[in-house]
Design a binder for this molecule. Structure first.
Ligand SMILES: Nc1nc2c(ncn2[C@@H]2O[C@H](COP(=O)(O)OP(=O)(O)OP(=O)(O)O)[C@@H](O)[C@H]2O)c(=O)[nH]1
Ligand SMILES: [Mg+2]
Length: 455
């Protein structure tokens, strides 16, 4: 997401950085380029205009031109306004009501309502420790109720049993009654979608809304539809009083225009991003982190959080002890690769690091991708225990055997050995520096692992 925009803005700011003092003309030119970049990212024109007017006003007010690091100032001002355009505060789901709290999911057909319902249920259950029930009010598409039931099974979330022929309002009421009786905290109500906004759809959702008075009406909108998503959101909000937006398919959206315009045009906060088909691919929306991602400052905070969630404390401790002892064998190398993949693979980690666009291109050029990680892992797994501990014994014939066993080639095996050696050397150096060195350098070799196990 935001790849194109991020790259464009990176260019603009690189140019500014190259200069000592900035004239008003420099700033004007930079802002013109920012404008083009935003429009190319499919951000709504009024939002772009507002954005630039505000940035300019502040840039002038703060005497950018004479300041010590003018480029930094401009970037900072652009960053601040990006954050406010995106909505400033992260807005979670409002569950502050007498349980069971109903949450109504609405949106166009195929926007991802049903998937998002299951993702959100899973999240509320796991992270917020809520007892969640889901119910499908989609009586229009034949397999819709079954789809939610299957997703519920996958996620381990209870779904309301289907009664054939029952209509949406009655299903919603039955879900609330069942949840009340069985002590549930939250009831997620998935509704039917239409190809475009139509009155029947709105009327149906509106009836349900009146019947259960949900504490949240979440609009699920497809980020790939760009400005259409924003228009849709406006219409839904006018008719149903939307309280939050979930933007889906941001995994396929390189422009990000919908995300940038949504809040400013509708006044409704984006609460989550859907970034994949899997049930754990739902991220809370943090305006400040998104803004730094766009500006290529990296999203270190998310990265650290994600690392904490996926990395086993014990593993990290063990690894740390080994590093301090200055030893790093093939098993350690393998566990580094695994950890990397757990964090969403290279792409997942890269997307959160500074200077992403550039680094990504470099990685692509160097042909480093997740498949490569998988092959490296296969090579290491084809080694015997002894070989993994004592790499030195790997002579030509052993290397051949390993290449065959892993379905790779001897040069590939050699490459893994070489990489391992590089890292082992680094480990030795860091080991000599003691705990401080470790904190500074992090686990060697992989981006973004700095300081794991230390915080
Ligand atoms: N890549 C990607 N795919 C998604 C995302 N969210 C949903 N999908 C996919 O989009 C397709 C449609 O999702 P559904 O959840 O069935 O959409 P819906 O809004 O319930 O559709 P209707 O009930 O027919 O209106 C499915 O194949 C999902 O796997 C996302 O964030 N990223
Ligand atoms: Mg659906």
């Amino acid at each position: 997401m935001f790849d194109t925009l991020s790259a464009r803005l990176g260019q603009v700011f690189d140019k500014l950085r190259g200069r000592g003092a900035l004239s008003e003309g420099d700033v004007d030119e930079a802002l013109r380029e920012v404008r083009v970049a935003l429009l190319e990212a499919d951000v709504a024109l009024p939002v772009v205009k507002d954005f630039l007017a505000q940035v300019r006003e502040h840039a002038v007010g703060q005497e950018v031109i004479r300041s010590v690091a003018p480029a930094q100032m401009v970037i900072k001002i652009v960053y601040d306004h990006l954050v406010s355009t995106l909505g400033s505060e992260a807005a979670g789901i409002n569950l502050a009501a007498q349980p069971p709290v109903p949450v109504l999911m609405v949106g166009l057909q195929g926007s991802g309502k049903t998937t998002t319902t299951a993702k959100l249920a899973l999240r509320l259950q796991n992270e917020n420790k809520k007892k969640v029930m889901m119910a499908s009010l989609d009586v229009h598409r034949p397999a819709a109720q079954e789809q939610l039931r299957v997703l519920g099974e996958q996620a381990g979330v209870v779904t309301l049993p289907v009664i054939a022929g029952q209509q949406p309002v009655d299903i919603a009421k039955r879900a609330m009654d069942a949840a009340r009786l069985r002590g549930f905290d939250v009831v997620l109500l998935d509704t039917a979608g239409r190809l475009s906004i139509d009155e029947a759809l709105m009327a149906e959702a509106s009836l349900v809304r009146t019947a259960v008075r949900p504490s949240e009406v979440l609009l699920v909108a497809d980020a790939l539809t760009g400005q259409d998503a924003v228009t849709t959101a406006k219409a839904f909000h006018a008719r149903l009083g939307v309280t939050g937006i979930v933007l889906t398919r941001v995994d396929g959206d390189s422009r990000g225009g919908a995300a940038l315009s949504m809040r400013a045009v509708t006044g409704v906060p984006i609460k989550f991003l859907g970034a994949g088909e899997k049930l754990d691919a739902l991220e809370p929306f943090y305006p400040d982190r998104i803004a730094s991602r766009i500006l290529g400052m990296g999203d270190i905070v998310s990265l650290v959080e994600k690392a904490k969630a996926t990395i086993d404390e014990d593993d990290a401790k063990k690894m740390e002890a080994k590093l301090l002892a200055g030893s790093f064998d093939m098993d350690d190398y393998a566990s580094q690769i695994k950890q990397m993949r757990k964090m969403g693979g290279l792409d997942g980690v890269m997307a959160m690091l500074p200077g992403v666009a550039k680094a990504k291109a470099q990685l692509a050029a160097a042909n480093i991708d997740d498949k490569l990680l998988a092959r490296q892992l296969a090579i290491i797994q084809s080694m015997t225990k002894e070989e993994r501990r004592k790499v030195k014994i790997l002579d030509a014939s052993r290397r051949r055997r390993i290449a065959e066993g892993s379905g790779t080639s001897v040069p590939e095996v050699n490459k893994v050995l070489k990489q391992h050696r590089t890292m082992a050397d680094m480990v030795k150096k860091i080991g000599k520096l003691g705990p401080k060195g470790l904190a500074r350098h992090g686990l060697p070799g992989f981006p973004g692992t700095a300081g794991f196990g230390r915080n």
